[in-house]
Design a protein around this ligand. Structure first.
Ligand code: ADE
Ligand code: ZN
Length: 346
């Protein structure tokens, strides 16, 4: 089913919320709600530089990526024990399941934690246990992608990879995140080559704030399979053609782009332009606790602002399953659930 029956505009939000979908771009530390930050700080006997949850939320007024990252890394400092990592991940997966996310590929930033003396074992075991329990108890499948912080060195990335190797089987891939401009993908070409030899899937943030050149080098030097964000590709027609031809998925995060001032408003977001040009774009939440919305908020607000329709909804959900790293049989099952959902919306 590649062309879908029209759905009346008043029923479109219902369809967007009900349709099964995969989330491929979620930083688990970015799902830490202020209430959980305060609860974990209390449990771990830590003081926070904010009087209460409301004061912390008031600080979430960002002007660009770096202004967000400063507060995001500070928020993550309340994570100490394996149970903390479990509770954070469990809370995200419960919230995602409410939005009919049936598969999630979750980024984590181990260097944010190992730099504070929290072991790689603590981080990965807590995240993994939550993923296993969520499959059994919520029916949502989840996998982990270890991200290297690009503002740190290649040497530190190699050390991080070394520390993760005992748990190689608990991660499906690696990514690259943190401050983009001035930290081009090529800085990590050798680490990514090693990860490729290890059979890990490869993704990287590129073209969030950085130039199209970073997307080219993520593809050609890092050999990534998906581009996280990638919205700056619209500035380079040859790159758009390459991404469309090779079916390289873009994990686009509209509310993130809005909150970090990548676009002045959602009506001017280029998701629709990317899709209409034949790129394999997907919708994702990035750091939902900080950007004011989980998956369905991203879908409903972006559709309302850009006038996309049921055909776009189908394409976005299909792209999310096709671009996932789930095995072929699982992806076929996901597509069957998507088809069944659309058949109920006549
Ligand atoms: N880490 C968490 N969110 C991020 C984003 N939007 N870009 C880069 N690094 C991040
Ligand atoms: Zn991101």
């Amino acid at each position: 089913m590649n062309s879908v029956r029209p759905v009346s505009p008043d029923r479109l939000p219902e369809l967007l919320r009900a349709m099964p979908k995969a989330e491929l771009h979620i930083h688990i530390e970015g799902s830490l709600e202020p209430e959980l930050i305060f609860a974990l700080a209390k449990r771990n006997g830590m003081a926070l530089p904010y009087a209460n949850v409301e004061k912390l939320r008031e600080a979430y007024a960002f002007t660009n990526l770096q202004s967000f990252l400063d507060i995001y890394y500070a928020g993550a400092s309340v994570l100490i024990t394996e149970q903390d990592f479990y509770d954070m991940t469990r809370a995200y997966l419960e919230r995602a399941a409410q939005d009919n996310v049936i598969h999630a590929e979750i980024f984590f930033d181990p260097q944010t934690h190992t730099a504070r003396g929290v072991s790689m074992e603590t981080v990965i075991k807590g995240l993994h246990r939550a993923c296993v329990d969520a499959q059994a108890e919520l029916g949502i499948s989840a996998a982990l992608i270890l991200c290297f912080l690009r503002h740190l060195s290649e040497e530190e990335a190699f050390e991080t990879l070394e520390q993760a190797l005992p748990w190689r089987d608990l991660i499906i891939g690696v990514g690259l995140d943190s401050g983009e401009v001035g930290n081009p993908p090529e800085k990590f070409a050798r680490v990514f080559a090693r990860c490729r030899e290890l059979g890990l899937h490869l993704v990287a943030h590129a073209g969030e704030e950085g130039p199209p050149a970073y997307i080219w080098t993520a593809l050609d030097l890092l050999k990534v399979e998906r581009i996280d964000h990638g919205v700056q590709s619209a500035k380079d027609p040859a790159l758009m053609q390459r991404l469309a031809k090779d079916r390289i998925a873009l994990t686009v995060c509209p509310l993130s782009n809005l909150k970090l001032c990548v676009f002045p408003d959602l009506a001017r977001h280029n998701l629709r332009q990317l899709l209409d040009a034949g790129l394999a774009a997907t919708v994702n939440s990035d750091d939902p606790a900080y950007f004011g919305g989980y998956m369905n908020d991203n879908f409903t607000q972006t559709f309302a602002a850009t006038g996309m329709d049921a055909q776009h909804a189908w394409t976005l959900a299909r792209n999310s399953f096709e671009a996932s790293f789930a095995n072929a049989a699982t992806r076929r099952g996901h597509m069957e659930r998507l088809t069944a959902c659309f058949e109920t919306f006549r």
